[in-house]
Design a protein around this ligand. Structure first.
Ligand code: SAH
Ligand code: DHB
Ligand code: MG
Length: 223
């Protein structure tokens, strides 16, 4: 796939110029995240815009994101939110949250976004107890080992019609290796298995190529 990766990147650049049209705040979010030493693992611009479009399609007013990093996907999701909407994003590391705060401010979405710092498995129960759900859209994109647990929390924080999106479900095709010793791969496999057994959800997964290589989203709707 070496040469293809170059091509995927070039086509993503073309799509970016033609349709995605990332503004300065989004560009700066990427630059500032890198400058602060954050890993370059945010969604691509085309994927970010897809998240924005899905938020718009469902008229999302309450969005939950698990895994903020520098707030790049957060900005896209917040911009897709209906007027008066509120997005809660969960992040383990205060350092990442700090970078995200500056990026969200630059994008003009800081009023609509609350960053909750701490391990998501500790902050999710608090969000549930505080009655912050149900959410219209949930984006799971944190540590892959805990993705099955995040999936369970997502169901608890959902209503019929809630959209749940899980990032990184393909991982260069590693997802089909049942014997994988990679705990991230096993976390994703377990999550997909739980989704398949859950009668309350109708779901699919899409393989994606582009600026971020070969990966994909699982997308489901709670019924
Ligand atoms: N959604 C972001 C990328 C998130 S990267 C984007 O596309 O722009 C994954 C993030 O999850 C990292 O910032 C990491 O610190 C965070 N994370 C890892 N373990 C976590 C945990 N247990 N609880 C909450 N966040 C966690
Ligand atoms: C990793 C995490 C992500 O959320 C992602 O989109 C890509 C890579 C990682 O931990 O390697
Ligand atoms: Mg991801």
């Amino acid at each position: 796939m070496g040469m293809d990766k170059q091509l995927f990147k070039a086509v993503d650049q073309y799509i970016g110029q033609m349709l995605v049209r990332q503004d300065e705040a989004l560009e700066k979010a990427v630059v500032e995240s890198a400058a602060a030493g954050l890993p370059a693992i945010a969604v691509s611009a085309a994927q970010g815009k897809l998240l924005m479009l899905i938020a718009k399609m469902v008229g999302a007013k309450r969005i939950l994101e698990i895994g903020t990093l520098g707030g790049y996907s957060t900005i896209w999701l917040a911009r897709g939110m209906a007027a008066g909407g509120k997005l809660i994003t969960l992040e383990l590391l205060e350092k990442h949250a700090q970078v995200a705060r500056a990026n969200l401010e630059r994008a003009g979405v800081e009023e609509a976004v609350e960053i909750v710092v701490g391990p998501a498995l500790e902050t999710l129960p608090k969000i549930a107890v505080a009655g912050r759900g149900p959410f219209d859209l949930i984006f799971i994109d944190a540590d892959k080992e805990n993705t099955p647990a995040y999936w369970e929390w997502s169901l608890k924080l959902s209503r019929p019609g809630t959209i749940v999106i899980v990032d990184n479900v393909v991982r260069d095709g590693k997802v089909i290796d049942a014997a994988s010793k990679d705990t991230s791969v096993q976390g994703i496999r377990k999550c997909l298995e739980m989704m398949s057994k859950e009668k309350r959800i109708s779901a699919t997964a899409m393989q994606m190529v582009g600026a971020k290589g070969y990966d994909g989203f699982a997308i489901g709707i709670v019924e």
